[in-house]
Design a protein around this ligand. Structure first.
Ligand code: CU
Length: 104
């Protein structure tokens, strides 16, 4: 799974940085990205986004499903919307969308 690969890569990165920064720093850091909405699940609080490269995470562009920090963030969004969004890593290592804004 692509999302799982991200978690593994993030964990490796966290280990490499362990000597210089407390692990908690990773969870409070926010990453900015842009992409196109490909699917929405407002009940489950999930969104599939075809995102461009996210340089701050070392991620290539791809389509992937993200958890949403607050299901209310999905209100008014639809498939095909171009969006700017922010990601933050939770304590469980998973990345969740913390803000999302359509660009029409
Ligand atoms: Cu991805």
């Amino acid at each position: 799974m692509k999302a799982a690969k991200h978690v593994v890569l993030a964990a490796i990165g966290a280990m490499l940085l362990a000597g210089q920064a407390p692990p908690a720093a990773a969870s409070s850091h926010t990453h900015r990205a842009e992409g196109v909405v490909r699917a929405l699940d407002t009940q489950a609080g999930k969104i599939k986004i075809e995102h461009g490269p996210i340089r701050s995470l070392g991620w290539a562009g791809m389509a992937m499903v993200f958890d949403v920090a607050d299901p209310g963030l999905l209100k008014g969004l639809k498939s095909g919307d171009t969006v700017a969004f922010e990601l933050a890593q939770g304590k469980d290592g998973r990345f969740a969308v913390t803000s999302i804004t359509p660009r029409r």
